[in-house]
Design a protein around this ligand. Sequence first.
Ligand code: GLY
Ligand code: MN
Ligand code: MN
Length: 430
Amino acid sequence: MNTLSSFSRRRNALLAHIGDGIAIIPTAPEVVRNRDAHYPYRFDSYFYYLTGFTEPESVLVLAGGKSILFCRDKDMEREIWDGFRHGPEAAREIFGMDEAHSISRLDELMPQWLANRKSIWFALGADANWDTRVTGWLKQTRNQARAGVSAPGEIVDVRMALDEMRLIKSADELVTMRRAAEISAEAHRRAMRAAHRCANEYEIEAELLHEFRRHGAQAPAYTPIVAGGANACVLHYVGNDAPLRDGDLLLIDAGCELDGYASDITRTFPVNGKFTAPQKDLYDLVLAAQAAAIAAVRPGQHWNAPHEAALDVLARGFVDFGLCQGTPQAVLESGDYRRFYMHRTGHWLGLDVHDAGEYKRDGAWRALEPGMALTVEPGCYVRPAADVPEHFWNIGIRIEDDAVVTADGCEIITAAAPKSAREIEEWMAR
Ligand code: GLY
Ligand code: MN
Ligand code: MN
């Protein structure tokens, strides 16, 4: 759990960064799903990172050394229908703000706040409505020029500064991420155990969601992928409504979100609890690729090193198993391996499942540093084709864990989900 002091420490860091500027960070809007029904509300990650405040219709303003929150007023009538609202007064006190105002006063107060600031720090381009509103305030501020007011001369993307902060996780963020990872690992264990009594992918999805919610995770961090047999070769398969078949593999990519933080696990296992020989060949290959990639997750390595390590192993295996022709080196150089492995080996992980943070800097892959969190997720997806050995057709495998870079390597926070073929078979047999 982020503590109050973490949020204010981050605000102070951003205040120091923007100097004479003003930062404007709105939270996410509520989104209608159809007519009167809304999508489950999810706050904006940047806004949450700086406030811990989860109510919609809120904006954080940082300027002149102060944190100012705009939020909804108390409203007994609305609270009877929709639930509790802090209101500005309580929000200011509980969330450690210097000032708080009703969101209904935003347009009235912002031109004054913009006056005599050098720059506006804002996620320009992220939301057309906010772009219009902020540039409208800017115009009003400029209109006061004859009264001696100077308006900000530039708009800077505030996300650049925040991405850099979000890339290195603090101790309290890691506590939440470890717990999210544990819950997700528990869900994968449950799914493996349930497979023998489930006839359809959606029944497995229900087991995952049950386990997430049972432990207090608020939502899945992304739409779960529950893909039996050939469906595993569709990378973003989310139909999750096909019958499970004896003899097929089942690929599950599912992770919960806990207190804003994502986890992201993939496991692939046999529906009937026992790998066939060709399934095990490819499974062990992906597992070896993952082990090589994990060994490359440590300070001193760069972002792409785990991907390169996984590719080396996969290219050799693809040649050994007759999936690719020629030498492994030639397969790497030609990119032939992309027929069976077409995605990258990971991404940053945090408040967003594909988290904030640059992968390259000044044209070079960035170096891994303690506190960075990333996934390691090689795979292999074989579609039927005349030049592909038939016993591998329709096998799709991915193995994905979440890693936190430590001083001398990495911590795998999703390790509780069974992973080797033997561990999986034993867990499913019990
Ligand atoms: N579950 C999303 C991903 O693996 O990138
Ligand atoms: Mn992932
Ligand atoms: Mn995933």
